[in-house]
Design a protein around this ligand. Sequence first.
Ligand code: ZN
Length: 478
Amino acid sequence: MERIDIKRVFIEPELLKLISGAQAYRMEALPVSRKGDLVTFAVADIEDLSLIDELEDICDMEVYALPVTDVDDLKDSIRRYYPKSSGGGDGEDNSGRLLHEIINMSLQMRASDIHIDPKEFDGKVCMRIDGKMREVKKVTKETAAELVSVIKVESFLNIAEKRIPQDGVLKIDIYGETISLRVATIPTIYGEHVTMRLMNNANAADLAELESLGFSDGNFKLFKDNLMLPNGIIIISGPTGSGKTTTLYAALRFLREMGEKHLVSLEDPVEMPVEDVTQVKIDSDGERVTFNAALRSVLRHDPDVILLGEIRDSETADIAVKAAMTGHLVLSTVHTNTAIGVFSRLLNLGVPRFLLISTLRLAVAQRLVRRPCKYCMDWRDSTEEENQFFGWESTVKVPEPKGCSLCGDTGYSGRLAIYEMVEADSNMRSKLESGAGEEELSSFIHGEKAVPDMKVDGSFKILSGQTTIKEVRSVVSV
Ligand SMILES: [Zn+2]
């Protein structure tokens, strides 16, 4: 029997009214979807038939019960969806409680950001889930304004100031777990808009395991082999929001678990605290801790692996190369679209060609795509045009997202990355030595050497049902 991964399910607030919080706690059951008079519950104990009877009585509907993959996850979800409140109060208490509820909900729905968005006549609470914005709650204009004030108070912003953007940090206790959110306000024509980014929580999957990133077998081995090297540079590239940091942190986690290595990171800003990593905050605009000064002192702390948040100018490029030359493994990111682009980017930043050849080990490019919801996903035949685009020789079966109540009608749940990786092996190095430009390198790598590019990786992930044609085409050009 199929089990339901409750952590990946989006439950409509309307459904929650079918049973009370007390009933949910007692019966260890959560309503997850409804079709007409049939309601599906996720339950801890599928064998308990009297429980199903009781649920049918309470809801006055037919009940279908699905076992969960993990009972502890179910308990967490019940706590999040039916928060135990501490009794009534005045207006401010209410908005405080609403804020608590919203943050709680964002944790359950694995959101990365929360928006309080005032409109002309009312307000909206939206969340970014799997990279897409979704409206989760409508509120009155007054409630939206109260929420904004509570957030400003809790994050120590100037509550009287409504005309200029402010930013701060909100820390809130949700069932014994301290959740940090980066808060930013901005005045709009209808009032202040607040954006909150969830920082240190499991949802962000910032410390994902390498295995969970969605590497193909070939890429997984390539990436791992390069991480085990004693020195050199590994670069992850891609536009903002392509999941570079997730890959970088997964690499850190892998190295940490291998043990016996001193890991140091120089970041601006520090995205999240990571256990067993010496994290240094860089002040690249100011004058307190510059990259150069930080690196000099970091080298005295005997690191094995150095993570540089981003190589964005010739100074950081120079530092990365120097560190790699002095026996360190350097992990970093750059803003380029392709893996090959990493080589030219570093050359453009003034890294001498011979130093690039002797230090750069692996260039990775990546994009994020959404996974189809496994509860409603369908398969269809590919079209002639799609066969041509992806180079499929004949019609193949491809996933088609549909939408159901378990995925909030989006047809998608969760994300994974598609990758291309170019290793600076001896062939590649001699190409570089000969002075080849980006175009020549690219046709050598993807033509002669047949290194799969992102389109090929995406095609593989479509055929194995991990993403859809539309998703891959939205991030891969031609
Ligand atoms: Zn679905």
